[in-house]
Write a protein that binds this ligand. Sequence first.
Ligand code: NI
Length: 182
Amino acid sequence: MNLKIVKIGNPILRGKTSPIPAKRLASLSLKGLIKDMVSTMRHAQGVGLAANQVDQGLRVMVMECRGNKRYPRVASFPLQVYLNPKITHYSTRREKGWEGCLSIPGFRGLVPRSSKITFEALTLEGRKVRRTVSGFEARVVQHEVDHLNGFFYVDRMPDFRSWTHLEEFNRKYRLNIRDRRR
Ligand code: NI
């Protein structure tokens, strides 16, 4: 089932999200939510989605990038589901890259992010994982963990002059990206 993606301005996107307790890991409701988050992300052609973007104040995120139409010139990564993610290390080296957000449709902005990060999380099976990722994948993890902490990419832009309407972004890069508005 595709869920409605809430937009910037909705208080849930600025609020706190709750960690998933160990006893909820096997619950059908959590599995159902994650299944719906994955289909919602794919339908909206997103590369990541945080639970509060579908109106659930829980520390759950999904991400995937395979031949993505909204991000055509980035490295792929497989579907991943993380509960209670926490970034434990940020590289001092940072790089600027374009980001959009399903909760702010129709815009892109240049955001500096650590080029490499380490994070810890639980899988849906309750296994604790620690991963080090770099490049676009590291950018997506930082973007989604930011959502779970009530931040948007626009909060991370030191210079708002790069903020670009998708129409102008498409013209600049000769692309034809469309963000879904629902
Ligand atoms: Ni976003």
